[in-house]
Structures are given as C-alpha cells and as structure tokens.
Ligand binder design. Sequence first.
Ligand code: PLP
Length: 363
Amino acid sequence: MRKEFDALNRAVPHVRQLHAYVPGEQPEGFDWVKLNTNESPYSPSSTVSEAIAAELESLRLYPEPTSARLRAAIGERFDLDSRQVILGNGSDNLLDLLVRCFAGDPGVGHTVPSYSLYPVVAGMSGQGLLSVPFGREMELPIEEMAASGAPLFFLTNPNAPTGVSFGRETIEAALQSVDGLLVVDEAYIDFGGETAAPLLKEYENLVVVRTFSKSYGLAGLRVGYAMAAPGIIEMLDRVRDAYNLDRIAQAGALAAILDVADFEKKRNAIIATRERIRSSLDGLGWFTYPSAANFLFTEPRNVSGETGPEVAANLFADLRKNRILVRYFPDHPLTCSFIRVSVGTDADMDSFLTAVQSWQNHA
Ligand SMILES: Cc1ncc(COP(=O)(O)O)c(C=O)c1O
C-alpha cells in the first residue's frame, strides 16, 4: 500500500520556513570564464596532489578524527596552542557550529551587505537575525553592532561583496564594544587585509575563521579553520561531526599550508592582476571599492554615463551571453548597481575587459 508523507508540514517549524543558501552558479564545462564565486584561478601546489595520491591507499580506514596534524601546523603558524584551533568541512561548517554553540536571543548579528550564508546558518538553528546596515561609505558601524545585543556577531573582513577591509584597531574597538562573541570571517584576508589573529591573546570574545578555499586554491577540498580561546574550541568540538575532515582533505590542506613559496607566488599574482584591472576600471570612470580581497565590486557605467540597477543587470546578462560569469546581487540598495568580479588569470581578465568594452559600445 502506498503511504504519503507531507514532508514540508512534518518538518520542524524553523526548517519549514528556511530558505536554503543559493551558491553562485557552477556551470558545466570548461569553456566559461568563471569570475563569480571567488575561487582561485590557479591550481594548488603540486605537493597537494602528491599528498592526496599518497592517501588513496588508506581510504578504507577512518581519518584521524581531530585533524591533529593540521591543528598543530596552523597553531604553529599563528603562534597559538593547538587547543586553540579547530578544522571544519569548509569554513561554512564552522559558521554553523558557532551558531549551534553560541547563538541565542535576541538573534545572530551580522552586517549588511555581507556573506549571505549567515542568515541561513542562523535559520538552520531556528535563530532570529539582527541585521546592522552599512552606509555607502562601508565604515564599520561599531555602535550599532554593540547596540544589537547579539550574543554572536558575524563580521566579514575584508567584507564581501565589497572587498573593503577594516584595520586591526577597528576590529579591536569592535571587540571592546560588543558583549557577545565576535566572529571575524577572514575568508579573503590573505589578499591584503590585516588579520585579527594577534588579538586572540587578549580577547576571549574573538573567533577568527579562515578557509583554504580562496588563497590556497582548494575550494573543492572543503577545509576551513577557526582560532579562538581553548574553551570556545572545546564547545565547537562537542557539536562537530566526529570525522568532519576526510583523509584527503587533511592530507591536501597540510601539504598546502607547508608550501609557503607556492602560496605566496599565486597570492601575489592575484593581487597584481587585481590592481591592474582596478586601474582599467578607474580608466573607464567606474566607481570601485578599494579591495583587499580576490574580487572587485564595481559600479558599471554605460556609454551614456548612466549607472544603476538596470545598467548592472544589463552588463551581467551581456557578460553571461559571452560565457563570462560574474555575480550580481539585485536585492539590496547598496549592491544592486554593482557587479562583483572575481580576480582570474590575466587572460581571464583581459576577456572580461574586452567584453565590457564591446558592451559599452552597444549598451
Ligand atoms: C565571507 C565568506 N566566508 C566563508 C566562505 C566559505 O568558505 P568555505 O569554502 O571555506 O566554506 C565564503 C565563500 O564564498 C565567503 O565569501
């Protein structure tokens, strides 16, 4: 006999209301210039593939559950005890664990615009949201962050999608002002920002979250980490999956972090390309936020000199027709006149600039 089950109405109330995260498009095939999800255009170090290959023989065995070697390597890099480090299945995993451990009334704090996953991880745990808006200048609204009273506040530094970064003094002022835990999401910090990590020595209400997805070119491996006081890490360890990093991820990330020369070479190439493209956009008379990340947030201008949501949406669609993918965020007044362009190889960016010029000629 057939038996029906109304999944939507049988789901727990907060899941019934939840809207899943919508990631940037991941198109099939390699004939796209993919500048929409801030991945690295460069393959990881060759030592990563060697380390992964060496792991294949052991796949019948469970991984080491705590990612101990990675914790130690990261601890050493930042002069921290390994009890101050935890690994996650991507940094997204850690953002979720943080909500599960430390969120509560009146809600999870975040600035707007910033990473659109924060509302989703809040919703996944049935938590409310406290959204603190930026102004067009994108200065950190510290007083409003403190006034929110959020027990857990997510701050992206450098911010996404703008690329604007906040100096360590600003982060320190925020740490002094807020009562709750301040999670500084440093997904893009390697491209020119100033890390908050040294502040961990003094501020127990600080969590620094980072990822191997961007500057290490390992978005497909899913490895992120958080650094905080040992007591915070202990709570996060209670709620993580026992084997949240598989053997391949642990081996690959360890090889990546140890190959400093390869990391620096590729990171520096991305920064150099970013600055070249930035000055080309300046040359077109477009406003672009100063970026300390591997992307540029720029306000397109058509040939008549107009800006605005229609102009940005039109360019986005035109680029897509030419198989160039960038990101467009239509839903917020501070983002709807802009496009976000990840920094690719020099050749990728030349294709982008050529397509922009031909769009300008006919738009
Ligand atoms: C601000 C920010 N944090 C975290 C992430 C996710 O990183 P991961 O790939 O480590 O989950 C992203 C990815 O785009 C991001 O933009």
